[in-house]
Design a protein around this ligand. Structure first.
Ligand code: AMP
Ligand code: GLY
Length: 428
């Protein structure tokens, strides 16, 4: 089968690497891809939101399966667009319909969905300019800190955790009146702050059946010890030591099963990954957010630990029998450390020559490309997150230290990374 994968980040390199291993994968195309994906498939030059080019490619290259990496095209309706093409009826699309992708595309939609299905999440209220004054009063009496979330997609920047009422009121005004995130913050969700350790749980579903993939924990803050501003993710580890036994039973019974049952009962067409962003509050799981795709950099540890054939899982997703398909994990730990451009998540320069990355994939280490482009045979930085260096180890500590050793061989100007990925799981 010919497969088209959409996206160009570290997540997509890891998915492409995994798809390539399947005997069911004939030709693998990635659009637009990066130099890493070019090594396992053929990059095509159109973007993830160019629906006409995607449709034409599916026709011309006899694509049997489209795998959508990022959320943007999903929220924009790529599933519905492709599903409406008569000649592409048989094609498998990995990614939910636009209606179902609202679980990520609208925080208010996700909150209401959880409310309807009794899924544990932080208490909340939603506000627009129509009940703005009510929102101001609500914020003034709210316990600190206060979590404010732009309703729509804001590239991971739409959440503010305000430590004072003044800060909360300023953020609120900024989001609604000054349209800080454009239309995405015309509506704001104000929610209770939950305190605990976060983890990411992933399901692959067809809206009736599901399988669970290896879980992961990502490190969102730029600074060591989880300090400084949020980023797209500076590293990840899998497995997560507390994600077992009674806690995972609660995750399944209180969150995963009711979510899938809710998709089904609400007739939301969902063929793809559900990313449950969870927080462990004294042994009880709560949903912080849903995403309608895999996580980045979580995918860079999840795919290496997944031993089952990913293409076969996608076929079962489409044809049925998914729940009976065994999902095998590598028992080893995996850790990934993300190399970023100096200045990220603020302003940074691109176009820096990357050296040594070609030698990083060796032994138990895999180098996944993210924001990289090729020019005259050189690799140049082309984004905030540049590469993700994943290693296997008998425990998290060993995996992280193998990645850190590999990073010593890699250089680009102003390269930055966190040396403390997995810090809370290190045995001493
Ligand atoms: P989100 O985009 O919803 O995942 O939020 C980004 C980050 O903000 C999360 O990964 C959490 O670290 C934090 N966060 C979001 N909601 C809450 C909450 N209700 N309580 C505590 N932290 C939160
Ligand atoms: N690593 C978090 C995300 O992909 O949203």
């Amino acid at each position: 089968m010919n497969i088209l994968l959409l996206g160009s980040g570290g997540r997509e390199h890891a998915i492409a690497w995994k798809l390539r291993k399947s005997p069911l994968c004939d030709h693998l195309y990635i659009a637009p891809g990066n130099p890493g994906t070019a090594a396992v498939g053929e990059n095509l030059s159109f973007g993830v939101n160019d629906f006409d080019a995607i449709t034409a490619c599916c026709r011309e290259r006899s694509i049997g399966m489209v795998v959508v990496g990022p959320e943007d095209p999903l929220v924009n309706g790529i599933y519905d667009h492709l599903r409406s093409q008569k000649e592409l009826e048989q094609m498998i699309i990995v990614g939910p319909s636009a209606a179902a992708a609202q679980l990520e595309g609208s925080k208010a939609f996700a909150k209401a969905f959880m409310g309807r299905h009794g899924i544990p999440t932080a208490a909340y209220r939603e506000f627009t300019k129509d009940n703005y004054e009510e929102g101001v009063d609500y914020l003034k009496q709210h316990a600190l800190p206060i979590v404010l979330k732009a309703d729509g997609l804001a590239a991971g920047k739409g959440v503010v955790i305000a430590e004072s009422h003044a800060w909360a009121l300023e953020t609120f005004a900024d989001m609604i009146q000054e349209a800080r995130f454009g239309a995405a913050s015309a509506k704001v969700v104000v929610e209770e702050f939950l305190s605990g350790v976060e983890l990411s749980v992933f399901a692959l579903t067809n809206g009736r059946e599901f399988v669970i993939l290896p879980e992961a924990k990502d490190y969102k803050r730029i600074g060591e010890g989880d300090t400084g501003p949020n980023t797209g993710g500076m590293g990840a580890v899998s497995p997560v030591p507390f994600a077992q036994g009674e806690f995972m039973q609660k995750v399944m019974e209180r969150i995963v099963r009711p979510t899938i049952a809710g998709l089904h009962s609400e007739n939301l067409a969902y063929f793809g990954f559900v990313f449950f962003g969870l927080i462990n509050v004294n042994g009880d799981p709560y949903v912080i957010e849903y995403n309608c795709r895999m996580g980045d950099p979580e995918t860079e540890v999840v795919m290496p630990r997944l031993q089952s054939d990913l293409v076969e899982l996608f076929l079962r997703m489409q044809q049925g029998g998914l729940a009976e398909t065994p999902v095998q994990f590598d028992p080893r730990s995996a850790a990934t450390v993300v190399l970023v451009s100096g200045g990220y998540p603020g302003d940074f320069e691109k176009g820096k020559l990357i050296q040594g990355l070609d030698k990083a994939t060796a032994g138990d280490t895999l180098a996944f490309h993210a924001g990289i482009r090729e020019e005259n045979g050189n690799w140049l930085s082309n984004g905030g997150r540049v590469a993700a260096i994943t290693s296997y180890g008998s425990n998290i500590q060993e995996a992280v230290s193998l990645s850190n050793n590999a990073i010593e061989k890699i250089h680009f100007e102003n390269m930055n990374f966190r040396k403390d990925i997995g810090y809370e799981f290190m045995s001493r």
